[in-house]
Design a protein around this ligand. Structure first.
Ligand SMILES: [Mg+2]
Length: 351
């Protein structure tokens, strides 16, 4: 019903489409960082010039409709936002600042042109928010579902990138922001969308649909040289922490009561009869930074992140081995990942 069909894109032609997309993006994206982007859309390829003394960080993510998102649960603009946000989150986790992104969209023939336009609106808003202009990509036809591929490039001063491998026994384990909002938002969507959700539902749905990874915080932590290891939280703390421990050859003990959980997530969890720590540990798509800091340097963190409006919470300690969680006064027990993979099985729209 109504709306243009993607078949119209054939009439629009490749050049018409490129012009349309780049016009739409140009309205939203900030001007490229001084001189770093020599040419963007319009040539056969984008030409980038990272500042001297910087290294390039590259990351890619693919998102497939029904596996990673549902078009009836998220607007096209939200999907565009999140596709890029998930990638800049990985840049921040390396301590990098965003430079540019390439975005490829595969669309089934019945997709409305309106959907595509809105997708680029959300994408452009995220590009502007993070200073990560889209400098190229492709739009192609897909048989059944929408599929997206985003590649993001960032820069980090030579030798200052942060890896997952540097955590040392005795380091403090910290996370930025709160955990579990996205898991709460997904749980609400699985229950069925309510037309006028109350404020606390809007809050958790908001983070699920438009996460705002603290990329600048990752870069600031790297620049200050205070973190020994860092990664972003995309699959859920219980799952992600396994990677950090494996790379660093250490263990971690998490104090359950220290997990930062928003009031909105707590209230939502209470209503759904879910333990809120379940979302904080296993919900996934938090897009917060997980990092380790030597105890002696913990006091530097608030002054580094405060000006960026980011709060970090110490949630545990790096140990010699074992990945455990402990309640107040309770004996530690193994922290097994259920992670996003678990959610994926009952994933949005999977049959
Ligand atoms: Mg990551």
């Amino acid at each position: 019903m109504g709306g243009d069909l993607l078949t119209d894109l054939t009439e629009l032609g490749e050049f018409g489409l490129i012009a349309r997309v780049s016009r739409g993006l140009a309205r939203r994206q900030v001007a490229p960082a001084a001189g770093a982007i020599r040419t963007a859309i319009g040539d056969d390829a984008a030409l980038l010039a990272p500042p001297p003394g910087y290294e390039v960080v590259a990351t890619a993510d693919a998102l497939v409709e029904t596996v990673h998102f549902r078009r009836d649960w998220s607007s096209a603009a939200d999907i565009g936002w999140k596709a890029l946000a998930a990638n800049v989150s990985d840049l921040g986790a390396m301590g990098a600042e965003p430079l540019a992104a390439l975005v490829t969209v595969a669309l089934p023939p019945h997709t409305e042109l309106k959907w595509l336009d809105a997708f680029y609106v959300g994408l452009g808003e995220c590009a502007a928010a993070y200073g990560c202009p889209v400098v190229g990509g492709d739009t192609v036809r897909a048989p059944f579902h929408v599929a997206l591929s985003v590649t993001a490039l960032g820069t980090v001063p030579e030798g200052q990138a942060v890896h997952r491998r540097g955590a040392r026994v005795g380091d403090c384990v910290c996370v930025t922001g709160v955990l579990g909002d996205s898991g709460g938002g997904l749980a609400l969507l699985e229950k069925g969308v309510v037309r006028r959700p109350p404020g606390h539902h809007r809050a958790v749905l908001g983070w699920h649909r438009r996460p705002q990874p603290p990329v600048a915080a990752g870069a600031a932590l790297a620049r200050a040289g205070v973190v020994t290891a860092m990664m972003d939280l995309s699959d859920g703390l219980a799952s992600d922490v396994q990677h950090l421990c494996r790379e660093s050859r250490v263990g971690i003990r998490v104090q359950a009561e220290r997990l930062p959980i928003s009031d909105a997530a707590r209230r939502t969890a209470g209503e759904l009869g879910v333990e809120p720590t379940h979302w904080a540990l296993h919900g996934g798509e938090d897009y917060q930074m997980l990092f380790t800091v030597p105890a002696a340097r913990m006091s530097e963190i608030p002054a580094l992140l405060g000006p960026l409006g980011v709060v970090a919470t110490r949630i545990g300690t790096v140990t010699a081995r074992g990945i455990e969680i402990a309640d107040v006064g309770g004996a530690p027990r193994p922290l097994h990942p259920l992670g996003f993979a678990h959610f994926r099985e009952n994933a949005p729209g999977s049959r």
